[in-house]
Design a protein around this ligand. Structure first.
Ligand SMILES: Cc1cc2nc3c(=O)[nH]c(=O)nc-3n(C[C@H](O)[C@H](O)[C@H](O)COP(=O)(O)OP(=O)(O)OC[C@H]3O[C@@H](n4cnc5c(N)ncnc54)[C@H](O)[C@@H]3O)c2cc1C
Length: 417
């Protein structure tokens, strides 16, 4: 393997939105950054619908003008549809936001993630795809001191002052140090694919995300219009009910679609044009966000149910927060867990707020409309949360009243130091 094994300031594991953002921002600060990605890019990835609050990170990364030049559908709204096909009024983001961030994009992740790595490379980071990190190397005192990487059957060790784990569901450090805690009530599974030739809404609604309840409210579908006449469709449910004893993933997805009047008619002339993929048991968080010489960001730190499309937003945001903390730690020559993870309490507050909203979504009979009718004073907070404005002061005050309407989870503790 022809990787220069000199000591780097930062090695980033994974080239998704979290790793790409962290590498781009750290390299822009003049640090020596190496990003290792196990897949060969461009690669397919699920997670195409952005939240509007993603705009600020996209702007910081210099991606807004590029996004405007792409054919990615513009997302102006989200619409919820009942199991029998009755649509709610679309929720247009511009009703509550007059900034241009009120319109976001439905991105093709193979293109979006590759562009972000281009930005990181232009900022000076070295990007190596097709190189998997096998493990993080720890010194006897517990400090992370490098990684062991493998490509084409050969391995090498690369020392670094800080390791950023952005390996997504791979969660290299979380698994190695056994830090991951599953959320037992959100152990869901998803089956998904791209379709070509689906019926779309027109005009401002063409790029809307649809969240459709599945038969008997056992779960839900997403319907996300993409460019090139493709639509991303997936079904989410309890792993036992969705996956066990029901044939191949493709057969299950087709059967579920047939059981949904809304999707059946939208997909009547469409056909699957991608692999059909399955992901299961996907809600978890690490007990720690950082330690001496290491930091976790994006899904490598935690993953919450995708119903509100929070993943890319939190990945970019945590990449941004971590880059700031790491640059300050390196400047101060303090690479302890407290310093590197200084941003973690704020990040966790945002994640926990979204997790509570996910619990509300899954509470039988709960409706945001009813809640807001009873508590109009919380309408703005709810809009803030649903658009990703989760770090705004006071936004979590909503839960004091919401807990009377649905079961909310205890916050998962965060270990620091
Ligand atoms: C069913 C489903 C639907 C979703 N829908 C949405 C949505 O609509 N909108 C949204 O915002 N989010 C969505 N998400 C979430 C979103 O996909 C993730 O939150 C987001 O991709 C996280 O970014 P990341 O950079 O942390 O991880 P990833 O994007 O997963 O990137 C991690 C990268 O690390 C690489 N890697 C892994 N292990 C190693 C290793 N050992 N060495 C080197 N590289 C490694 C991987 O190949 C990958 O490229 C969805 C998720 C699921 C499961």
């Amino acid at each position: 393997m022809d990787i220069d094994t000199r000591q780097r300031d930062v090695v980033v594991i994974g080239g998704g939105p979290a790793g790409g953002a962290a590498a781009a921002l750290l390299a822009a600060k003049g640090l020596d950054v190496l990003l290792l990605e196990k897949e060969t890019f461009p690669r397919f990835h699920i997670g195409e619908s952005l939240m509007t609050e993603t705009w600020w990170a996209l702007e910081k990364l210099g991606l807004v003008e590029w996004l405007k030049s792409t054919a990615f559908p513009r997302k102006h709204s989200v619409q919820f549809i009942s199991e029998d096909g009755r649509p709610s009024k679309p929720f247009y983001f511009s009703d509550t936001n007059d900034h241009e961030s009120a319109v976001t994009w439905q991105v093709e992740r193979s293109v979006f993630d590759a562009k972000l790595l281009d930005v990181a490379g232009s900022n000076g980071a070295e990007i190596r795809d097709g190189v998997a990190v096998e493990k993080v190397l720890f010194a006897e005192d517990g400090r992370a001191e490098g990684v062991r990487a493998a490509a084409n059957g050969r391995t090498c060790e690369i020392p670094a002052r800080v390791i950023v784990d952005a390996s997504g569901l791979g969660a290299v450090i979380g698994r190695q140090l056994k830090l991951l805690e599953q959320d037992p009530l959100l152990m869901k599974a998803a089956i998904f694919a791209h379709y070509k030739g689906a019926h779309r809404d027109e005009g401002v609604d063409e790029g809307a995300t649809l969240i459709i309840h599945s038969e008997g409210n056992r779960g839900w579908f997403w319907y996300i219009p993409l460019s090139d006449d493709r639509v991303s469709v997936g079904v989410v449910g309890e792993p036992g009910e969705l996956l066990k004893g029901r044939g191949s993933p493709s057969e299950i997805l087709t059967e579920e679609v047939q059981g949904s009047p809304c999707l059946k008619s939208r997909l009547e002339d469409a056909s699957i044009c991608s692999d059909v993929s399955v992901v299961s048991d996907f809600s978890y968080r690490s007990r720690r966000c950082a330690g001496a010489g290491w930091v976790l960001i994006g899904d490598a730190f935690g993953f919450i149910d995708p119903v509100y499309s929070t993943g890319v937003f939190l990945a970019l945001k945590s990449g941004e927060m971590a880059a700031e903390a790491i640059a300050e730690g390196i400047a101060a020559d303090d690479l302890g867990g407290d310093r590197l993870g200084a941003f973690a309490p704020e990040l966790v507050d945002g994640i926990e707020a979204m997790r509570k909203l996910v619990y509300a979504f899954y509470t039988p009979g709960f409706s945001f409309a009813d809640f807001v009718k009873n508590h109009p004073e919380h309408r703005e907070r709810l809009v803030d949360l649903l658009t990703g404005n989760v770090f705004k002061e006071g936004v979590s005050d909503i839960f004091e009243d919401m807990k009377d309407f649905c079961m909310l989870p205890e916050e998962m503790p965060l270990e620091v130091g």
